[in-house]
Design a protein around this ligand. Structure first.
Ligand code: HEC
Length: 238
């Protein structure tokens, strides 16, 4: 008996070792190791119209809209779906996936990188600037902070300088791609002008009765809404 057991145990250990290597290989392929990566470049911080500290990334102004419009969509991480038990629609749900001051140790940040295929959000990975926004918000302590705009700078309102960045932060995550929400794409000047001229866009962002309130579950600041109105009054300059 004793003679037969030793090779069997050896064989079994070898199998265990091979299984271990296999698991290691699979996990390594799917998780990019970010601990050795240098910090990303500082992002262009908060959307225009905000006059707070340019070096601070504000959760309510820069991070929440990015996550709501890219992650809290229907079928993904909204309240109704909660893919993988994960809801990402407010500070209290988002902070569960964050280790303050430690971006590389935060699921919210590492999930943006996992391999090429399963990086979040699927099919439309964050731009370098968007990744930097998440990185520096976490590195600065992941606070629930907000820039309350001491002054609303509505001078020089053009499409490229002000209107497009606001829409990119708050709206484009849902209103773009091959099947945009409500069949409404808001990526080009022509599409946005058409939506504004129909009256639906202003009704939606002012959250008037009879319109679907946009963005869902949140509201643009009074300053941003005033900037939109000013842009319309100026004849929608590009
Ligand atoms: C999380 C996804 C999401 C985000 C972010 C979002 N939308 Fe929407 N939008 C929708 C959906 C879904 C609808 C269809 C109506 C509904 O189900 O509420 C819609 C409808 C609309 C409509 C038609 C509303 C109406 O009553 O006719 C407009 C205009 C609109 N969105 C503009 C915007 C603008 C502008 C923003 C950014 C400030 C924005 N949306 C952000 C998902 C989104």
């Amino acid at each position: 008996m004793r003679f037969n057991q030793t090779p069997r145990i050896r064989y079994f250990s070898l199998l265990l070792f091979l299984a271990f290597c296999f698991i290691l290989l699979v996990t390594c392929r799917h998780k990019a190791d970010l601990t050795l990566a240098p910090p990303p470049p500082a992002p262009t911080p908060n959307p225009p119209g905000y006059s707070c500290s340019p070096d601070t990334i504000y959760f309510q102004n820069a991070v929440l809209p990015l996550i709501v419009s890219n992650c809290a969509k229907s079928g993904c991480h909204d309240q109704a779906t909660g893919q993988h038990g994960l809801v990402l629609d407010s500070y209290s749900t988002i902070i569960h996936n964050v280790s303050p001051f430690n971006p590389q140790g935060s699921r919210l940040y590492t999930a943006l990188f996992n391999g090429e295929e399963d990086a979040m959000p699927p099919g439309s990975p964050f731009s370098a600037n968007q990744k930097s926004i998440i990185y520096y918000w976490i590195a600065q302590g992941a606070l629930n902070n907000k820039c309350t705009e001491a002054g609303c700078d509505s001078s020089n309102v053009t499409f490229d300088s002000v209107i497009k960045p606001i829409l990119q932060t708050w709206c484009v995550g849902c209103h773009s791609g091959s099947s945009p929400s409500n069949g409404l794409s808001l990526t080009t000047y022509a599409q946005i002008v058409a939506s504004v001229n129909s009256g639906r866009l202003m009704g939606a962002i002012r959250q008037d009765v009879g319109y679907h309130a946009m963005p869902p579950g949140s509201k643009l600041s009074d300053c941003s809404i005033a900037i939109f109105q000013k842009w319309i009054n100026l004849g929608e300059p590009q």
